[in-house]
Write a protein that binds this ligand. Structure first.
Ligand code: PSU
Ligand code: MN
Length: 303
């Protein structure tokens, strides 16, 4: 049985010709950013991938069909849908969304799965999921996906609304190398630095591509995290970010927000508490990560 994947013609031609392709996710469109910033950012990420001479493939589930490379009109339609009408699909949701013919937005975990099915090796997002603060058993399915799906994800670390030290421990358990893109420390999503270690600093896209190639050569099944800091002009001061995150996290708990609603709730509340500064940082890092992913995909296609 062939895998039921719809791959758009441009992406298909690029994959068949060994040209660079970058996967992009759709949860940040439906649950991560408000309209119209979500559609503007998704299109700007696609443009940034193209500027790096790679082909973007934004992934979503449209009426139960896994679609690799949705159109700008599909992006606009998803962006306008109320979040509760689009299923936030992690690994566990994929089969359900397909069987029931739902519209679904893909998280980091499910975008990795679909990218791998399509033969795409690089994927850009903002911040991966992780271990939630004060809830050490709320571990994003993103982390276990990294242990079993060989896709490289460019992100600004894990979202700093999470418990970052515990998140690093779970990544280590899953055998996931973290490459710091022009940095020696883990970025903190909205701000550029933490005191937390990464596994290897790299200076260039070519150095990232060399590690990805070596990982494939040894038949490694795990993914790789490339951690790229937020651009300095949009960085949020660490103390401001932390105060807003601490308050938003407490409010989420008091309001009884749980499970997959926590991340969207806290992202939105932090943005309100920082007068939109956190959202500006989030958008800037998303576009930058798309550009970096495009450059890595290009270098990888040359190896
Ligand atoms: N990066 C962003 N905004 C987001 C996300 C990533 O800048 O909204 C999404 C990704 O889809 C990621 C999800 O998989 O947040 C994590 O959700 P959870 O904590 O429920 O696993
Ligand atoms: Mn979670």
């Amino acid at each position: 049985m062939p895998i039921p994947l719809m791959i758009n013609a441009e992406v298909k031609a690029a994959l068949e010709g060994g040209k660079p392709v970058v996967a992009l996710e759709s949860t940040l469109i439906t649950h991560g950013l408000p309209y119209p910033k979500n559609v503007e950012t998704a299109l700007a990420m696609e443009a940034a991938v193209r500027e790096s001479a790679a082909v973007p493939a934004t992934i979503a589930i449209l009426k139960g069909k896994i679609t690799v490379g949705i159109s700008p009109a599909d992006i606009e339609a998803l962006a306008q849908m109320p979040a509760h009408e689009v299923r936030k699909c992690s690994r566990r949701d994929l089969a359900i969304a397909i069987a029931r013919g739902c519209d679904g937005a893909t998280t980091v975990a499910s975008t990795m799965i679909i990218a791998h099915m399509a033969g795409i090796k690089i994927f850009a997002t903002g911040g991966i999921g992780g271990v939630h603060r004060g809830q050490p058993h709320d571990v994003s399915a993103d982390l276990s996906e990294f242990g079993k799906t060989p896709v490289t994800v460019v992100s600004s670390g894990a979202k700093s609304i999470l418990d970052l030290p515990l998140t690093l421990e779970v990544l280590e358990t899953n055998g996931v190398p973290i490459l710091g893109y022009q940095t020696d420390v883990l970025p903190a999503f909205y701000s550029a630095r933490t005191e937390l270690p990464i596994d290897q600093r790299i200076e260039s896209a070519a150095e990232a591509a060399a590690v990805i190639r070596a990982s494939a050569d040894i038949g490694a099944r795990n993914g790789i995290l490339v951690a790229a800091p937020v651009p300095p002009d949009k960085e949020l001061d660490a103390a401001t970010a932390e105060a807003a995150i601490a308050r938003a996290t407490q409010e989420a708990e008091a309001a009884g927000v749980g499970g997959k609603d926590i991340t969207p709730y806290v992202l939105n509340r932090v943005s309100e508490l920082t007068d939109g500064a956190s959202m500006a940082a989030n958008i800037a890092l998303l576009i930058n990560n798309a550009r970096v992913a495009g450059e890595i995909a290009l270098e990888l296609s040359r190896l």
